[in-house]
Design a protein around this ligand. Sequence first.
Ligand SMILES: *[C@@H]1O[C@H](CO)[C@@H](O)[C@H](O)[C@H]1NC(C)=O
Ligand SMILES: *[C@@H]1O[C@H](CO)[C@@H](O)[C@H](O)[C@H]1NC(C)=O
Length: 419
Amino acid sequence: MDFAQLSGGRSRRALALALCVWSLISLSCAARLTDSSRQKLDVQKHLNRLNKPAVKSIKSPDGDIIDCVHISQQPAFDHPYLKDHKIQMRPNYHPEGLFNENKVAEKTKERSNPQAQLWHANGRCAEGTIPVRRTRKDDILRASSVKAYGRKKQRSIPKSADPDLANESGHQHAIVYVNGDKYYGAKATINVWEPKIQQPNEFSLSQLWILGGSFGEDLNSIEAGWQVSPDLYGDNNTRLFTYWTSDAYQATGCYNLLCSGFIQINSEIAMGASISPVSGLRGSQYDISILVWKDPKEGHWWMQFGNDYVLGYWPSFLFSYLADSASMIEWGGEVVNSEPEGQHTSTQMGSGRFPEEGFGRASYFRNIQVVDSSNNLKAPKGLGTFTEQSNCYDVQTGSNGDWGHYFYYGGPGKNPNCP
Ligand SMILES: *[C@@H]1O[C@H](CO)[C@@H](O)[C@H](O)[C@H]1NC(C)=O
Ligand SMILES: *[C@@H]1O[C@H](CO)[C@@H](O)[C@H](O)[C@H]1NC(C)=O
C-alpha cells in the first residue's frame, strides 16, 4: 500500500474504519486472553493448594499418582481453626462390637475377601506420611469451575419425608435407614462392584450417611463408601471415598481430602484411590468394611477401613448438629439420572442387578450396625427402606446369624419396567 493512496477523504475513512475494526478485534482478543490466563492461574493456584510437597510419589497402575505427604503438611492444616491443632494419632475409644469380626471373617472367607488398593502394587508410604491422590489439571478442568471441583453439585440426600424433591434432583436411591434416636456412629460391610455409568456427568455410589440437622439449609453429613464417578476421577474405576458437609452441600465440605477438614493419620489407605479387585457376576465376591464413630472424649468423628486401618478423623468443630450426635443413619446406593424428563439412564446401581437375584449377583450391605450413646455397636432398630422408583433400583432387607442385619440393593436403571 502506498501513502499517496491514503490522502483522499475516502481512504482516510477506510483507514479509520480498518483501525477501528482492528482495535475491536484486539480488545476482545486481549479480554479473552486475560480470561483464559486468569483461569489458568486459578487452576494452578488450586493445584498448589491441594498438592502438598511429597516425600515420595508412587505411580499406580491405573494412572494415578499417589504422593506420600508428611502428616503435618496435609490439606487439613490449611484450615484456620486447625492452625494450632494437636493431631491425635489414635482414638481414645473404639466402639465395642456385637459381631466378632474375626469369627465372621473366617466363616465368610470362602465367599468374600479382604480388599486392597491398586497403587499398593507399586509401593507404600512410610510411617509419618499419608498417601494423597494427586490432583491433575484435567481433574479440575472437568469440573464446572475451580470452586466446584471436589464438591457435590446439589443436595443429594434422599429426603424420605419428601420423596418428590429427591425425584426432582435426578438423584435416585435404594437405601435403608434409621431415625428417631441419637446415633454416635455406624458400620457396614459393603460388597464392591464396578457399575456401568451411561454418561460422564452421572455417578453410582454405595455408602453410609451419618446425618444431623434438617434437610433444608443446615444438614450435617458424613459419608463414606465406594463410588464410580467419571467427572470426579476421569475414569470408570471403583474408588474409596468420603464426603462431609455442615450446610447441606452449600459452602462447606468436599470429597476425600479435596478441602481442609478431615485429618488423616493412616499411611496405607488413600482416599479416592481405586479398589481392586472388584466382584464379578457369580465369581469371587469382595467387600469393604467401614466404621465411623464419635470419640466420646474429644467428640471427633473417626473412620476405620477394614479391621486394621484407622484412617483419621473429622474434628468436631467442623459441624453443628454432628458436634453432638447424629439423628439419622442411612446405608445404600445412589445414582444420578441426568435426564429425569427423558428416558431413564442405564447407569447401574450396585452390581446392576435387582436384590432378588441374591448373593453373587446382586450387591449387598451386611452387618449393618449403629453406635449408641454408650459407645456400643448395636443392631439398628426399626429399619426403614426407601427408593424413588423400585422398578429402576430396589432394596430388600433381611437378617441372619452370619450377616446380622443385611440388605441387597441396586438395579440396572433403564429396563422394560423403567423406560
Ligand atoms: C467409561 O465407561 C463408558 C461406558 O460405560 C465409556 O463410554 C467411557 O469411555 C469410559 N470412560 C473411560 C475414561 O474409560
Ligand atoms: C418419581 O418419579 C417417577 C417418574 O416420574 C414416578 O413414577 C415415581 O412415582 C416418583 N417417585 C416418588 C417416590 O415420588
